[in-house]
Design a protein around this ligand. Sequence first.
Ligand SMILES: O=C(O)CCC(=O)C(=O)O
Length: 319
Amino acid sequence: MSPPSPPSPLLSQLTTSGFVIIPSFLSPAELTTLRTASAALISLSSSGHWPHVRTTGKQFPPWDPSLVPHSSGIWGVQHLLHPSLPLPQDQRDAFVRLYFSPKLLSLSREILSLPPNDDNNSDQGLVMELFNLLCKPTDGKGFELSWHRDDIPASASAEEEMGGLHKPEEVYSHTQWNLPLYQDSSLILVPGSHVRPRTEEEREADLYEPELEGQVVVDLRPGDLVFYDNNILHRGVYSGERERVTLHGSVGRADAGEEGEGVRRRARNVLQHGVGGWVEQADFSCLGEGGEREVAEGMRRRLVEMGRVAGEVGYSLVG
Ligand SMILES: O=C(O)CCC(=O)C(=O)O
């Protein structure tokens, strides 16, 4: 399936560079509400009251909950839509409202080449995916992720890389975003690397190479939003001192023409994080009974269906 011609400016920039920034996406009031909920969640998680965390020293899932809080700091909290999130209802609702907010989904639709949801119709072909949070390592020590593509291993040949990368003549099957609640310059990427194999220099570079040619530090102010192709060559560099609370999510397109291995691949990207175990119990009642709720329920249904079709999915990367 091809994207519309000409593509929207947002999609065009994402296709060209591999990322696109939307400044001041959140209002000051939204920022305050989400900061409060996130701070409470990070505090509960780092004291061991929420087991679904990313522990420092480990880059990819699965993370071992038994490591917290004894031997490790955390650099992320998983499953912000989980029905058992140990927060007051209004704080849990803040995450639900944000993830399914019409303004976020409408940008996602644009990137996924789906028509706008003008008639508030639930059948818009979006799929619920991931919603997590990335934070300053709570052990106070710096931590770095290696250069990687989220769903293509470093061992891939140039041909295998090309097979896994987005093809600009096709629609995106999903899109991923970071939404920092404080100034954030932790994400580093190589623009354009989402549509080409690694150069010889990139292939031979150390996985923790501090400076790859052409790299860009994505510098975001509180409330800015960045969408990026998660197979762009990227890494994270986290300071143990500078505040970081960045919401990190993704949303998919149900009918991107992927079948068989394609569905399994996307399902693996999402379900390897353990979402399948709780998605059917998630509570979206704060969205009421109108169009927003219908959209959310439709997105949930399509994720459940994707998991059913894909079966056992395994993990994308090891480490
Ligand atoms: O910290 C970030 O913004 C990037 C995270 C990342 O690369 C990952 O989770 O694979």
